[in-house]
Design a protein around this ligand. Structure first.
Ligand SMILES: Nc1ncnc2c1ncn2[C@@H]1O[C@H](COP(=O)(O)OP(=O)(O)OP(=O)(O)O)[C@@H](O)[C@H]1O
Length: 259
């Protein structure tokens, strides 16, 4: 028997005034997978993410997370079950990295300041940051370090599901590839389920088990990359088989040859 999906969406509709962003959207995300979500600019990827974590109330349809309708999950419970890495990183600029990671530990898990500081240092190590990063302020970090620090904070409460919005945006190719690798390592080590919004084709090739494509207000396909890239749709053909798509395939082939 197939196991229950971690995220189960049926008939989702989102609209802002007269603008319909999602209409009759269905999607399942399975335990332990990294699902990449792609689509044109404005196709509704971020709104979909926000609908799953309860930040956007849909006009119609159901969103279940870990078997419960998101509408019936308390905010505090949601914040324990899910880790979110927003595009900007969204760290508090007046706090050190360790203090940033301590915030959810103190607020939601009721750890003392001292315990939270110790746990924060473990999360810092987990995401591959050097130990001294704990005492740095966000302005003192590189772009790649900011993403890792934000990831460490997203993982602070040991969530079951991790949501990432464009995690490699703004990183150089080497930093982005390292982040992609880290994501797979953490998924394997922590048994995470990952919902990943991205434009980065390299991320799809290196990290994602399946790819969901948003177009025409719904998910037109959600399958492994090899199937999706051959799907007969103009946006998909352009995306995967245009110049950037070809470059990503070549980069991936080179990586496999080096392994
Ligand atoms: N709070 C809001 N109020 C009004 N319109 C919104 C709101 N949030 C999103 N939208 C609109 O919904 C549509 C989808 O937005 P969304 O941010 O989900 O797109 P996206 O696929 O993530 O785009 P991108 O790849 O450019 O980040 C856009 O047209 C956007 O302007």
């Amino acid at each position: 028997m197939a196991t229950q999906p971690i995220i189960h969406i049926r008939g989702l509709r989102n609209q802002f005034g007269a603008q319909v962003v999602h209409d009759n959207l269905d999607l399942d995300v399975h335990r332990g997978e990294i699902l990449g979500v792609v689509g044109g600019s404005g196709s509704g990827k971020s709104v979909l993410l926000r609908s799953i974590i309860g930040l956007q109330t849909p006009a119609a349809g159901t969103v279940e997370l870990l078997g419960t309708n998101v509408r019936n999950i308390k905010k505090s419970q949601l914040e324990k079950q899910t880790g979110v890495l927003f595009q900007s990183g969204a760290l508090y600029s007046s706090m050190t990295v360790a203090e940033n990671i301590s915030v959810p530990l103190i607020e939601h898990a009721k750890f003392s300041r001292r315990e939270a500081a110790l746990l924060a240092r473990m999360k810092i190590a987990l995401t591959g940051l050097p130990a001294h990063a704990a005492d740095l302020y966000p302005a003192e970090l590189s772009g790649g370090m900011i993403k890792r620090a934000a990831l460490a904070r997203a993982l602070a409460l040991d969530p079951e599901v991790l949501f990432l919005d464009e995690p490699t945006a703004g990183l150089d190719p080497i930093g982005a590839a390292a982040f992609d690798k880290l994501l797979v390592t953490l998924r394997d080590a922590l048994d995470l389920t990952v919902f990943l919004v991205t434009h980065d084709l390299d991320t799809l090739y290196s990290s994602c088990d399946r790819v969901a494509v948003l177009a025409e207000k719904h998910v037109i396909v959600a399958e492994p990359l090899a199937t999706v890239s051959e799907f007969d749709h103009p946006w998909i053909q352009d995306y995967f088989h245009g110049p950037r798509g070809r470059a990503a395939i070549q980069a991936q082939t080179r990586l496999h040859q080096e392994d």
